[in-house]
Design a protein around this ligand. Structure first.
Ligand SMILES: Nc1nc2c(ncn2[C@@H]2O[C@H](COP(=O)(O)OP(=O)(O)OP(=O)(O)O)[C@@H](O)[C@H]2O)c(=O)[nH]1
Ligand SMILES: [Zn+2]
Length: 221
């Protein structure tokens, strides 16, 4: 068994879990759609909308299906992508960076979109991962009500586990529509988060190489 933690990483271990109740999966996805449809109908009606209108009457069902099966589909463990790995026969020793991975997530405070890019890097410990699986892991954890910090940590945690190494890093640069289109309405700002594990945290040269590849001059210490 590989030791995937080091002192600082231990402090955070487990904190990246999405807060879910123990009975979160007792209802089937179909039951959840029916319940959300009912409640969304109430919301629209409360707002004063004419729910007999042709264009509006099916919206509660649309929203419910979208929540359960699409934009929050990453809450369902059965949707977690398999992380197929291969042995590193060619003995590639350098870091691999999958950059500009599209992130569509949803802020858990306002349920508005978070849109941006994730950049993920790892250094093989004997296993290599199919490239698309990195994008799939990002997409799976993005499809939850999220805060960007937790999303970044969940991606790193899943890859550490799948690859059997602690040498994994993720940077996300994203716009939060709850900041851009309401409230403070700052359309220019975006948010950068980084989770740096293993050698990405302990070795400034490795960290700088990663930042160089992803084209950000941000500093994280
Ligand atoms: N740390 C963190 N905060 C977030 C994220 N997404 C949204 N927020 C913030 O969550 C906070 C919620 O603050 P509240 O004061 O309860 O909500 P609010 O009154 O709607 O706040 P305003 O957006 O300032 O109008 C806001 O400051 C949001 O900008 C995220 O991914 N991480
Ligand atoms: Zn928000």
């Amino acid at each position: 068994m590989n030791d995937l933690s080091d002192n600082d990483d231990d402090i955070f271990s487990g904190r990246e879990h999405t807060p879910l109740r123990d009975d979160a999966f007792e209802k089937s996805p179909e039951e959840k759609v029916e319940i959300i449809k009912h409640h969304f109908h109430q919301i629209m009606e409360t707002l004063g909308m004419d729910m007999t209108d042709d264009s509006l009457k099916d919206s509660p069902g649309r929203v419910a299906k979208m929540y359960v099966n699409e934009i929050f589909g990453g809450l369902l463990p059965e949707n977690r992508p398999g992380i197929s790995t291969f042995s590193n026969k060619y003995k590639y020793r350098q870091m691999l960076v999958e950059k500009d991975i599209t992130v569509y997530s949803f802020c858990e405070h306002h349920f508005l979109p978070i849109i941006g890019k994730a950049h993920v890097a790892y250094i093989s410990n004997g296993e290599v991962i199919g490239l698309s699986k990195i994008n799939r892991i990002v997409d799976y954890y993005a499809k939850r009500p999220q805060v960007q910090e937790r999303l970044t940590m969940q991606i790193v945690s899943a890859l550490k586990e799948g690859l059997g190494t602690k040498d994994v890093a993720c940077i996300i640069d994203a716009k939060h529509l709850c900041v851009n289109c309401r409230g403070i309405k700052d359309t220019a700002s975006s948010t950068i988060t980084a989770e740096l594990s293993g050698i990405f945290r302990t070795n400034p040269i490795t960290r700088q190489e990663f930042l160089h590849y992803v084209g950000t001059h941000a500093k994280f210490d």
